[in-house]
Every structure is written in C-alpha cells, then in structure tokens.
Write a protein that binds this ligand. Structure first.
Ligand SMILES: Nc1nc2c([nH]c(=O)n2[C@@H]2O[C@H](COP(=O)(O)OP(=O)(O)OP(=O)(O)O)[C@@H](O)[C@H]2O)c(=O)[nH]1
Length: 137
C-alpha cells in the first residue's frame, strides 16, 4: 500500500499502575491481529469519542474496571507505520480506578514492572514507550 493510501488509525492506550508501581499488560487473544503479544489495554477511538472517553469505555469492557476521564494523565504517544495503517496511539497513565481487572475477553493479564517489560513480546509500536514508563515509575 502506498504511503498516501495508508489511513491514520487513532487508538487510545492506558498504562494502569498499581500501588507497587507495576503496569498492567494484556495479551492479545488468538484470532486477533498480533495474537500473543502483550499490549496496553485500550482500543480504537470511535466516532464522537474523545480518547479519554474511549479508555473509560474500553477499560470497562475489557477489564471490568471503572475510571474517570479526570483520572487519565497523558504520558507519551506511539507513531508507527503498519502495513495497512499508520498507528497514532496516545498512552495515558491511570493510577485511580475502581475494581480488580478481570480478563473479560479471554486475554492474559499480568502486572509488570516497566524495567521487566522487555521480557514480554509487544507490538512494534509499543517498545519505544517503555523508557517513558521506566522514568515515570
Ligand atoms: N489496544 C492496543 N492496541 C495496540 C497497541 N499496540 C498496537 O500496535 N496496537 C494496535 O492498535 C490496533 C487497534 O487495537 P484494538 O484493540 O482496538 O483492535 P482490535 O483488537 O479490536 O482489532 P484488530 O484485530 O482489528 O486489530 C490493533 O491493530 C493493535 O494491534 C497497544 O498497546 N494497545
């Protein structure tokens, strides 16, 4: 696909942080693109949503936890060209949420220290974001 034809895909992602400074990674289930890789919870920003609203919705759908847009702090972003689209992915940090994350979509879940994230295979867009989490936490 030519550069011109490649659409920009806006995906909002969240580093949920627990009291020990660990970040929740979710493993993409079989049958999805990039299956088996560990990623930040989140998803595509739908028409009419702000990225913060997307995350409040996705965190409830994927993990069964509740948070608020005011509890989401922007940290950094990914800008990465995939075959079919160019991914623009703001990464937020959330330390204030209610409930315990549950794998509502059959995904693996793991709390990981940022310095150990390199041990978890991630989508190529995600790896450049790890140093920002190491600095923060
Ligand atoms: N949620 C999330 N998506 C990511 C991350 N890194 C990354 O490249 N992506 C890509 O962003 C796209 C949108 O994610 P999504 O969670 O809404 O997509 P999806 O699984 O429903 O659909 P898909 O199977 O069509 O990819 C996917 O192509 C996914 O691979 C990440 O850390 N978190």
């Amino acid at each position: 696909m030519s550069q011109e034809a490649r659409p920009i895909l806006l995906v909002a992602a969240c580093a949920l942080v627990d009291a020990d400074g660990r970040v929740l990674l979710a493993q993409r289930p079989e049958g999805k693109s990039l299956a088996g890789l560990w990623e930040y919870p989140g998803g595509k920003v739908e028409q009419g949503e702000t990225p913060e609203e997307t995350l409040v919705r996705e965190l409830e759908e994927e993990l069964g936890i509740e948070t608020r847009t005011a509890c989401l702090a922007p940290l950094t972003f990914a800008s990465h060209t995939y075959e079919a689209f160019h991914l623009l992915m703001p990464l937020y940090v959330c330390r204030r949420f209610w409930g315990t994350p549950q794998p509502r979509e059959g995904q693996g879940l793991k709390w990981v220290r940022p310095r150990d994230m390199r041990d978890y295979p991630m989508p190529p867009a995600d790896a450049p974001l790890i140093p920002f989490l190491i600095d923060l936490l």
